[in-house]
Design a protein around this ligand. Structure first.
Ligand code: AMP
Ligand code: ZN
Length: 468
């Protein structure tokens, strides 16, 4: 197995990936809150996790990939205040929260499938694991990490000395700010809800009995409880977008480590944001671009995947239609080039052991294993296709292999089936050119063009034929 390096937010360093169990990788990814469609920024997070998973698979790991679906408990502010996102979706559409959750979870699965994001091994819905979440609250309660307020059971972050370490939080500084701005019952600004009580005068659509009273779980507890349920108390990788570092993931660590007394996760990976001219794209801001919006404008989902592949996951991407157009052009050119090479395939023979294949594969590995440098992998794909010292068979073998990471369906591209009539005309033109009859040669080229094909001249009078 090759050495894989990943940037770990815990240490702010690229570290060698050493799994807890040899040959296996357990990976938990924070999934969507299903009160609306995913926007193309959200999809960037799942795309980055897909690359990570594909790189782990390419390196020979067996990957257990768990993704939650948040269908309860996520309040609009990411804090413990404000409206419940699911209830907000329900009021907006006049459907029950359960219907909303079902509809948007399905829409999400369709979106990621269109982007060729491999589905997780397990999707777990927060509402299916309420028992586990209550048990974790009880565990924290027994160990003295909680206190009760009028509206719920809270985690007392002052009891967890390591609180905020990954996010490099200045907890004391936050406290100073809070004395002026906040007057709620929380003892400290960083404390957060583990269980929220239902309002006394109102029945919520989603509520459950618990030893603490009727209510619903705080947002963060679902991920600690479900990741431990599926991957164990201590597992390899946890990911999400960078916005999760200071609150959601910080709180997940505090809950899990206080309860189990063990280290929770070895490697934390975070994807940077997709931004627009006007700033961060966000669902709660109301207007946002969906994958379907791009499809409606004539782009294919894989044009968007190609666009995402061009930037490293730890760098921001500025989205604009001009940038997307440039990506689409690049992708179209790549597909044409592959078609062209495929039409040069003569007989298929095994090239897997060839020196050229070995050399390029090593280079590809080096890039993707250096903290998922897929843009380098994409550039290398171009280099392979242009390298005259490689046979068509070697090129196609490598492109198909690299596609396991790129996920652009490059292996499905077929050579244009050129009609016999066009081949006859092209050969006549070759003859005319050899006889230096340039007038005839040009006429035939035009004739071929009128029939929907284009001739690309190569060395030695040879040619390729491309469908226009
Ligand atoms: P949500 O459905 O709001 O819980 O977000 C789902 C995922 O998308 C999380 O991992 C977020 O960190 C991520 N995310 C949200 N906005 C963006 C954005 N503009 N660019 C990239 N990732 C984002
Ligand atoms: Zn989470």
């Amino acid at each position: 197995m090759k050495t894989l390096y990943l940037f770990n937010t815990l240490t702010r360093n690229k570290e060698e990936f050493i799994p807890i169990e040899a040959g296996k990788a357990g990976m938990y990814c924070c999934g969507p809150t299903v009160y609306n469609f995913a926007h193309i920024g959200n999809l960037r997070a799942y795309f980055f996790e897909d690359i990570l998973k594909r790189v782990l698979l390419f390196n020979g790991f067996e990957v257990n990939h768990i993704m939650n679906i948040t269908d309860v408990g996520h309040l609009v502010s990411d804090d413990d205040e404000g409206e419940d996102k699911m209830e907000k979706g329900s009021a907006r559409e006049g459907k029950t929260v359960w219907e909303i959750a079902e509809f948007y979870a399905e829409a999400f699965k369709k979106d990621i499938a269109l982007l060729n994001v491999l589905p997780p091994s397990v999707y777990c819905k927060a509402t299916d694991f309420i028992k586990e979440q209550i048990e974790m609250v009880e565990c924290l309660d027994k160990k003295g990490y909680t206190y009760k307020t009028n509206d719920g059971i809270y985690y007392d972050t002052s009891k967890f000395p390591e609180y905020g370490r990954m996010a490099l939080l200045d907890v004391e500084g936050l406290e100073e700010g809070r004395r002026i701005a906040f007057s709620d019952e929380k003892k400290s600004k960083t404390d957060f809800a583990l269980w929220k009580f239902s309002p006394k005068d109102q029945k919520r659509q989603m509520e459950w009995e618990s030893p603490y009273g009727t209510g619903f779980p705080g947002w963060h507890i679902e991920c600690s409880a479900m990741s431990i349920k599926f991957l164990g108390k201590h597992f390899d990788i946890h990911c999400g977008g960078v916005d999760h570092i200071p609150i959601h993931h910080t709180n997940e660590i505090a809950q899990a480590e206080a309860c189990t007394g063990e280290k929770f996760v070895n490697y934390w990976l975070h994807g940077e944001f997709l931004i627009e001219e006007k700033g961060k794209m966000s669902k709660s801001a109301g207007e946002f671009l969906r994958l379907q919006t791009l499809i409606d404008k004539g782009y294919s989902p894989l044009d968007y995947r190609y666009f995402l592949l061009m930037t490293h996951y730890r760098k921001k991407i500025r989205f604009s239609f001009d940038n997307l157009d440039a990506a689409r052009n690049g992708f179209n050119n790549l597909k044409s080039k592959i078609k062209e090479v495929k039409s040069d395939l003569k007989e298929l023979y095994d090239v897997s052991e060839s020196d050229n294949v070995f050399r390029y594969r090593e280079k590809f590995y080096e890039g993707i294993n250096d903290d998922l440098n897929v843009s380098e992998g994409l550039a290398l794909t171009w280099e392979v296709l242009k390298d005259e010292s490689l046979s068509a068979e070697e090129k196609i073998f490598l492109v198909n292999d690299f596609n396991k990471i790129l996920g652009l369906d490059l292996d499905k591209i077929e050579a244009d089936n050129i009609p016999e009539e066009i081949i006859v005309l092209a050969n006549k033109r070759k003859e005319a050119k050899a006889n230096k009859d340039f007038k005839l040669s040009d006429d035939i080229r035009q004739q071929i063009k009128a029939l929907g094909y284009e001739l690309l001249d190569k060395k030695g009078g040879e040619f390729d034929i491309k469908k226009i």
